[in-house]
Ligand binder design. Sequence first.
Ligand code: ZN
Length: 168
Amino acid sequence: MLEEKLKIDKISKGTVIDHIDAGYALTILNLTGIDESKNLMTIGVNVLSKKYQTKDIIKIENVFLNETQMQQISILSPNATISLIENYKVIEKKKVELPRIIKKLILCVNQTCISNSEKEPIDTEFLVLEEKPLKIQCIYCERIYKLEEIVFTSKEKKEMKVKQTIQF
Ligand SMILES: [Zn+2]
């Protein structure tokens, strides 16, 4: 099995995010803020997998994800699985769930959309039209977005684009 040969050490306690769409691990780390963690992290990019050909995988010690982080992952990689590890064993494994309506996590870039109203800005809400490839629609102005067009809201970084370039 290819997966078993993966040269990533097991973690004693923490979270494994597996079956991430290939190329999205770094975006997920950045968007969820996991990249600011001081804990041990191992990241596999373009790992061979039987199911989805290539995938990314993130293992991080002593970190457990909150609901917002899980939703952010579900937007970028609806097939991702989250495993909770204790004493080197998987104690819980679940698939991320893309909500039917995504609230607050994404900006509507349409300047005339009421979610951008300067006087009374309101939280964005997007209806998920299609999961994969992702297609969402702003419930206020009805503008439709594909995954590459999405701009995320983020506390520290005001806007975040899906596409990032990786530089070593
Ligand atoms: Zn809108």
